[in-house]
Design a protein around this ligand. Structure first.
Ligand SMILES: *Cc1c(COP(=O)(O)O)cnc(C)c1O
Length: 441
């Protein structure tokens, strides 16, 4: 084995798959709201020699030698996180968003304690108490919901909190297009004596860039991923606010202990370095323009879709994403529209809509987001074009009805058929043309 060989010569199979993935992205439009495009500097740090080092512990307190420079890196990441979000404490070691949330539970809760989070089908995350996730099996979960207008049902949150005495309440979403009600949730959590955790995985970049209200004055704990609107490598962070320290001065050390030795071993130092780089980028003044353009683009996209008669849950968006409600075109059509858009080079994900008449696997909506196309440099005029493509694709799907039974087989057959659709093929070419006018990396 030649240790100095490039990937291309050392492993042509993996190299080819990476090149194909790059080509797929170059020719398409990425509208999955949880994705983004990292900078070259972030990728360089992520692909660095730091992956080789063991550093269990925290800066200045490691179980391994040789961590002088790793400490510099982790301290920079921590300082930048504190500055970017305006918090007194940050832990940058969670390997991703879900492990970060797991550490919050492990720090605060005993098995059987009560947690409240937004129901998965209403836009919550698995780790906020879903029945098949650890959070809904180890802890007693009382999920709250959105109202039929798409907004979080604050009255229900208040009632459930009064009845069930939660120890932890999450104010967090993964498919919610409106500003999060941090102030109302904080009043409810304080009345119940609960910890309020804001998991801002989706909107972290908007918060840092001033395009979404910050949870920091309201929550005790803030968790986030680093790879969504924040535009860093995959990763997670846990922060404690001043309010959190005032409630429980031990909170930072409880979180540190929950991450290691509680749940993880060695930190991913290459990831920590890349998070530090991304936070450095997010602290630049240009990042504010980026964050505000993401929201402008989402508003432009949702307005253009509505102008074409397509229903958007809650009638628009305050952030980077929107939910398209396809129920007027039939039940359970999310997967068909997702596959048809895929065939046209537009990547989205199927999603449930509030009070979805279908099932989570065959939901009646799709979720669209603008972080990636905004990173590419697209603005409002391109959003109008994209809305036009999406409307044309939906038009092609209208004639297909999702059956009651044998849905998987039907969807499989549909996928093959729609690829051959002439109109879809034409849209695919136009999508590739639009995409090629902008830079990915
Ligand atoms: C994406 C997301 C997570 C999980 O992040 P992973 O890195 O995929 O584990 C957690 N919470 C919310 C709200 C998310 O949107």
């Amino acid at each position: 084995m030649d240790r100095k060989a490039s990937l291309k010569t050392a492993d042509p199979e993996i190299y080819a798959a990476i090149q194909n993935e790059l080509k797929r992205r170059r020719e398409g439009l990425e509208l999955i709201p949880s994705e983004n495009i990292t900078s070259r500097a972030v990728l360089e740090a992520l692909g660095s020699i730091l992956t080789d080092k063991y550093s269990e512990g925290y800066p200045g307190k490691r179980y391994y030698g040789g961590n002088e420079f790793i400490d510099v890196i982790e301290n920079l990441a921590i300082e930048r996180a504190k500055k970017a979000f305006g918090v007194p404490y940050a832990n940058v070691q969670p390997h991703s968003g879900s492990p970060a949330n797991q550490a919050v539970y492990f720090a605060l809760m005993k098995p059987g304690d009560v947690v409240m989070g937004l129901n998965l089908a209403d836009g919550g995350h698995l780790t906020h108490g879903w029945k098949t996730n650890f959070s809904g099996t180890l802890y007693k979960s009382f999920p709250y919901h959105v109202k039929s207008d798409g907004y979080i049902d604050i009255d229900e949150v208040e009632r459930l909190a009064r009845e069930n005495k939660p120890k932890l309440i999450w104010c967090s979403t993964t498919a919610y297009s409106r500003e999060l009600p941090f102030a109302e949730m904080s009043r409810i959590a304080d009345d119940a004596g609960a910890y309020l955790a804001a998991d801002i995985a989706h909107i972290a970049g908007l918060v840092v860039g001033g395009a979404h209200k910050s949870p920091v004055p309201f929550a005790h704990i803030v968790t986030t991923t680093t790879h969504k609107t924040l535009r860093g490598p995959r990763g997670g962070m846990i922060m404690v606010t001043q309010k959190g320290i005032d409630k429980d001065p031990e909170l930072p050390s409880k979180i540190d202990k929950a991450v290691i030795p509680g749940l993880q071993g060695g930190p991913h130092n290459h990831q920590t370095a890349a998070i530090a780089v991304a936070l450095g980028e997010a602290l630049q003044p240009e990042f504010r323009d980026y964050a505000s353009q993401i929201v402008k683009n989402a508003k432009a996209l949702s307005e253009a879709l509505m102008a074409k008669g397509i229903r958007i849950v809650s009638g628009g968006t305050d952030n980077h994403l929107m939910l398209v409600d396809l129920t007027p075109f039939g039940i359970g059509k999310g997967v068909l529209v997702q596959d048809a858009l895929d065939a046209a080079g537009i990547t989205v994900n199927k999603n449930t809509v509030p009070s979805d008449p279908s099932s989570p696997f065959f939901p009646s909506g799709i979720r669209l987001g603008t972080p990636t196309v905004t990173t590419m440099g697209m603005k409002e005029p391109e959003m109008k074009l994209i809305a036009g493509f999406i409307a044309e694709v939906i038009e092609e799907v209208k004639g297909f009805e999702m059956p009651e039974k044998e849905r998987a087989a039907f969807a499989e057959q549909f996928r093959k058929q729609i690829k051959e659709n002439k109109k879809i093929r034409m849209i695919k070419q136009e999508v590739a043309k639009l995409s090629s006018g902008f830079e990915l990396y």
